[in-house]
Design a protein around this ligand. Structure first.
Ligand code: DX5
Ligand code: ZN
Length: 229
């Protein structure tokens, strides 16, 4: 259940459909999966925790069969206050991984265990200004940690360079079984250093869907990530 453990150590680019065409999300997801994407990243925003609104569980329920029919997974990034209210909805919608921000979860152990009890992989997310100290204990209950390399809310923002040392420190802090994901401003010029710093799952929105040929661009980014030692 959830995303298989052996995938957490693979260097994977996760296309973020935030920058896709919302009138044809299924096709835009299928196109990058057919080009080799194993995991699609879905950004859920509530207009409270972050200053933008996007989509919710019904859209995940529509995308899940598209991904699952192609042996791909859905990684759902919740940028919402009080995510505990929605764990059942996203589990029932077919999410394979659900990640929650430490900034939104006072009872983070219960939230992460609750995600896993519902059959999903559990991700723990930190904003750029949140110290790694905040997750030293909580990470014991997570399957992966996601470091935001922009302030969440919008695609197309510039990578915050201080994220590189944070990735290195996170990798040193985390148990080897815990995956390390990075999200925000990932493109041809930023991916090599992020992978070298220890990131394994690279979320890329505008770098994929802003290209004329998203499938070809996905392949280029994925090859680039996999070339880094
Ligand atoms: C930002 C989202 C990201 C977003 C990244 O709040 O969490 O997943 O899609 O977009 P890019 O890759 O354009 O920075
Ligand atoms: Zn995201």
């Amino acid at each position: 259940m959830g995303i298989p453990q052996d995938m957490f150590s693979q260097k994977l680019v996760l296309p973020s459909i935030l920058s896709a065409d919302f009138s044809r999300l299924g096709d835009d997801a299928a196109c990058v999966i057919d080009a080799g994407a194993k995991i699609i990243h879905v950004d859920v925003m509530d207009g409270h925790f972050v200053p933008n609104l996007t989509i919710g569980a019904p859209v995940v329920a529509s995308l899940a069969p598209v991904a699952h029919a192609r042996d791909a997974y859905l990684d759902v990034h919740l940028m919402i206050d009080n995510p505990d209210r929605f764990l059942d909805d996203f589990a029932n919608a077919g999410a394979d991984a659900l990640s929650v921000h430490i900034e939104t979860c006072p009872h983070i152990q219960r939230t992460l265990v609750g995600i896993k009890e519902r059959g999903m992989s559990a991700g723990l997310v930190l904003n750029p200004g949140t110290s790694l100290n905040a997750i030293e204990e909580a990470a014991l209950f997570a399957d992966f940690v996601l470091l935001m390399s922009v302030n969440p809310g919008f695609g197309g923002q510039e990578f915050i360079p201080e994220s590189l040392s944070k990735l290195r420190r996170a990798r040193a802090l985390l148990s080897p079984r815990v995956g390390l994901q990075v999200d925000g401003g990932m493109a041809m010029d930023t991916i090599p250093a992020a992978v070298a710093a220890g990131a394994r799952w690279i979320v890329a929105g505008s770098a994929v869907y802003g290209a004329d040929d998203p499938a070809a661009q996905f392949r280029r980014l994925q090859e680039l990530a996999q070339e880094i030692a």
